[in-house]
Design a binder for this molecule. Sequence first.
Ligand code: HEC
Length: 119
Amino acid sequence: MRQLPAISALLVSLLATSPLNGRSEPEDSSKPGPDPLTGLVMAQGWELVRTHCFACHSLKIVTQAGKDRSNWAKTLQKMQQSEGLYPLGEVESDILDYLEKNYPVSDRPHNPKIRRPIY
Ligand code: HEC
């Protein structure tokens, strides 16, 4: 039990520096930072994704993904055909613009504990 204070101090310092505490500043102040609630990059159109995609699941499912436009379009179709998302009408292309621009295909190493997106 004598290690407890040391371990607590370590945990506190890890938490303080972790990006999970939501308080991390964007590295490049000219780029928009993430929204603390959803984690979405606050670039043009982000509120549309918050409005239309946040009702059913965490938006980590979006921020951890990376797809080209046609695969984002397939994801939206899947949300509509099998998950119950309503037709998005004219905002659909704005949502795709946002997703394509901010969450493109990336070669970031994939976390093996999280399954890969279907598309
Ligand atoms: C009506 C509920 C609902 C709404 C609204 C919704 N989703 Fe989903 N979504 C789901 C469910 C349920 C799953 C889990 C099914 C799965 O993973 O196959 C899911 C899974 C996902 C996934 C992971 C699976 C994959 O194919 O990559 C992504 C990405 C995603 N949604 C994006 C979106 C986006 C973007 C929007 C907004 C345009 C959205 N969702 C709106 C219900 C919804």
